[in-house]
Design a protein around this ligand. Structure first.
Ligand SMILES: [Mg+2]
Length: 234
């Protein structure tokens, strides 16, 4: 099972190393209660949060396709969630857009085993990041979680003008670290962005099936359910 040729290990950041789900939920929970949204929207946090996640995921999908801008994504996810619960307040949605991107990236919950696996891999491999997140948010996350010392290259799609799963971002990364395609592996929780993107660039890929999604169409791909399982490959 060892991946002998690999020299460069590229990680996704959100929901692969940085616990996006937990950090985001904590930030939203604080905002929800601060602004008494249970009264304004007439729902409990869990109901509100579930709807928000659906709306946010759809907007991120459209952002990946360049169909909404970053600015639209930032406030529309809240505005649309408010509207879903018959609460119209564009100003508050705009305010939440700023507040969320301030609070959330400063949260420091990491995925179980993240630091341990980085410590394990660092002596023998060059570790890098390819992330589709926003530049300013990603930089705060690296700082607040002390992640920077582990990585040589941190590629942020926003800075490069091309997002995963586009082949181009993997080619840029490969050139940057001066590697051949068979020396590179991408590890991430998004089957479409991380795994299919990397495979399409002729890289190796490992799918981090963080939420243990059952999908037999993905069974041909190297898969882990916990970061510690990477020790079987490296
Ligand atoms: Mg991710």
């Amino acid at each position: 099972m060892r991946m002998e040729k690999i020299k460069h290990i590229f990680f996704d950041l959100d929901a692969t190393l940085w616990d996006f789900e937990k950090n985001s939920q904590e930030a939203l929970f604080e905002m929800f209660h601060h602004d008494k949204m249970n009264i304004k929207c007439g729902v409990d946090f869990e109901t509100f949060h579930l709807e928000y996640k659906l709306i946010n995921a759809e907007l991120w999908r459209l952002y990946g396709l360049h169909e909404v801008t970053k600015e639209e994504l930032r406030y529309q996810r809240f505005h649309k969630t408010f509207l879903h619960f018959n609460f119209e307040n564009l100003d508050l949605a705009m305010h939440w857009a700023d507040k969320y991107v301030f609070i959330s990236p400063r949260k420091t919950n990491l995925i179980n085993g993240a630091i341990d696996i980085l410590e394990y891999l660092k002596p023998n491999y060059d570790l890098h990041i390819i992330t589709n997140g926003f530049k300013e948010a990603q930089e705060i996350k690296f700082e607040c979680c002390n992640l920077k010392p582990y990585f040589f290259e941190i590629l942020i799609s926003e800075e490069l003008g091309v997002h995963k799963p586009h082949k181009r971002i993997f080619e840029i990364a490969q050139n940057l670290v001066n590697a051949t395609h068979d020396e590179c592996v991408m590890i991430g929780d998004s089957f479409e962005s991380d795994v299919e993107g990397a495979l399409n660039a002729n890289w190796q890929a490992i799918y981090f099936n963080n939420f243990r999604a059952l999908d037999t169409s993905r069974s041909h791909v190297k898969t882990i359910n916990e970061l510690s399982e990477l020790k079987t490959f490296f």
